[in-house]
Design a protein around this ligand. Sequence first.
Ligand code: FA5
Length: 350
Amino acid sequence: MKQKLEEIRARANAELEALSELPQLEDFRVRVLGKKGELTGILKSMGSLSPEERPKMGQLANEVRQSIEASLASKMQELKAREMQREIESTPLFDVSMPADLTRGSYHPITLVQRQCETIFKSMGFTVEDYSEIVTDYECFESLNIPKHHPARDMQDTYYLENGQLLKSQTSAAQNAIYKKYRDALVNDGVPIKAIFPGRCFRNEATDACHENTFFQMEGVMVDKNISISNLIYFMKTMLSQVFQRDIRVRLRPGFFPFVEPGFELDINCLICGGEGCSSCKHSGWLELCPCGMIHPEVLKAGGIDPEAYTGFAFGLGLTRLAMMKYGIKDIRDLNSGSLKSLAQFTDDE
Ligand code: FA5
């Protein structure tokens, strides 16, 4: 048996020496060391040895196995290194002197209209505020006069986090924080609150040519003494005439939002079809663009502002729809498509 074991060791080493491809090593391992391999076969026949011989042969068999395993591992290392070297040599060299791909990116159409609106409102004394996309139920609903179980919540189903917070369904969610931020300056120094806050909104709703589950709005509020609907209409008209740089037909009709009283829907004549009716305007010729109204006294109170002394207006401009109208984009889903080919057409403004 001793001789057989030595023979196996010598043959295995010679065989390993001759192997030159990695897959051959696995065949070798199975054939020599595997369950049905040569070495295992010998170990199984140990039962026929005398009790004195058995431990000696057992020890030798283990030594032989270990030495074959070690040779196999070192051969594997050698072949892997050789393969890597082959791969490196066959890879073409990277030429750092090659000119870069000079295709330029462009601003997204929503960014373009957002910036344009910001410029217009800044020129009229509004501050531009940034606000979180994750908000509390209080910010998004309760502070806006929409208590739990109010049916107005059905219009704005959104995505809830496990901790009870939610992805904001409307930029109005920032109103309460803005009132609290500026109320001291309003009350103590007589500085009117004039702020816009653009942001991404989320709604759990089916998408179509004019609805997305993720879209942009731009909220605006103004609070001071004696603010009226005339102020609201003036700012809306100024903003739209500057964005479109031409006469646009708009209509104001009553609209219900629990956080404004009275409330309005400001619709814009569809610029895709010229008012004839198409899928972008749900075949009505009009597109809801900017709901607005006079801030509800309860909302002012929640923001720490006395509604007996101050009044204000608020609006929630659909920035995504504004971009569609401005650039003649028929389907809102194109804006989130990430298709550079479609989006790169809108670089005219900057
Ligand atoms: C609101 O979100 C109110 N917070 C607006 C408001 C603010 C009213 C202040 C009064 C005072 P509404 O759900 O209608 O309202 O959305 C406002 C605008 O956002 C719509 O006119 C539309 O232009 C846009 N919008 C709403 N849902 C979507 C959607 N799923 N996809 C794209 N745009 C949308």
